[in-house]
Design a protein around this ligand. Sequence first.
Ligand code: SF4
Length: 348
Amino acid sequence: MKNLSKELISRIEKIATPIKIMHVCGSHEHTIMENGLRTLLPPEVEVIAGPGCPVCCVPAREIDEALELLDKGVTIATFGDMLRVPGSNSSLNDAKAEGADVRIVYGINNGVEIAKKLDNEVVFIAAGFETTAPTTASEILAEPPENFSILSSHRMIPPALEFLIESGETSLNALIEPGHVGTIIGTKPFEIFSNKYGIPQAMAGFNPLDVLMAVYMILRQCKNGEAKIDNEYNRAVKTEGNVKAQEVIDEVFEVKSREWRGFPKIPNSILEIKKEFNEFNAREKFDIEVKNVENEPNGCICGPILRGIAKPEDCKLFRKTCNPANPVGACMVSKEGTCNIAHRYGLH
Ligand code: SF4
C-alpha cells in the first residue's frame, strides 16, 4: 500500500498542473484529512470540498418544518446528527430538552417500528443523497402503518454540481465524484459536466489509494487534453448504476426545486414524495407552513464552505465557540461535515 501510494504520488508529480478539483463527499473529505493527502500532493493541485455531507445540506427551513410538527404533538424519528442541525431559531435537540418527543433511530425501519408501537403520529426525517433514497422508497412501497409518514430531505448531487458550475463562483476545474452515489445512479448523469462544460472527472472509492488514483486520472485527462468521466471505482459503480434502485426511486419520488443549506433554490435538486403516496408525506398530511427562515447562525460560514469558496479556518468561530461538542453550524455537527473533520484532523 505504501509503495503503491508512493508510485501514484510520483506519477501525479510528473503530470501535475495548476488545477482546482472539487469532491462532493464527506467520506472523501474524511479520507483526505485522516491521511493527510493534501500535504502529499503538489501545491498546484488543490482538492476542495463541496456539498458532500447530507446532514449539512439540510436547510434551516426543513428543521423548522420538523419543529412545527413537534408543536403539533407529532413524534419525530431521525438520525442522531439531525438533532443538532440548526433551524432558524432552535434545533430538535432544544425541542427535545423542552419535552418534545424526538427519537433517535438508525434507519427508517426503526421509525416504522416505533410507529407500530405508538398511537401517536410518527414522522421520519429522510435525509440523504441518492444513496439512501431507495431505502426510503422501499419502506413506503411496503405500506407502513397509517400513523407513519416521511419528511423528505433527500437531495440529488448532479443538480447541485450543475448549479455550482453554472454560477462560476467556485472556479472549479475538475470533479471527483462520490462513489456511493455512483453505485445508485451510475456514471451517466455526470457525463454532462465533461461533455457540456469540458470538466475532467473521476468516480472514486473511499480509501486513500482511490482518492489518489482519481487525482491521477484527472491529471492524465488534462495532460491528454481530454474531458470525460473515468471510473476509478468500477468494483462498485457501473455506468448505468443500480437500475432497480433507480426504478424504486422513480416510483415513489418526483423531482422538485428547493433550497439547500448555503444555496438558493437549486432547480430539480430534491426528491419529494409523489401525490399518490400523499398519505405518507408529512408535508401534505399535516399542512405545515414555515415562514421567516433564518439560514445560518450568526458568524457561521457553512454556506460558503458548502459551496467550496471558504474553509473552516476562515470562520472566526472555528475551534472557539464552535466545536463538535457544541456545534454552532451544521458543518460541525456530523462526522461527515467539513468543519467537524477539520476539527478532528487539523487544517486543510
Ligand atoms: Fe459554522 Fe462552526 Fe463551521 Fe464556523 S466552524 S462555519 S460556525 S460550523
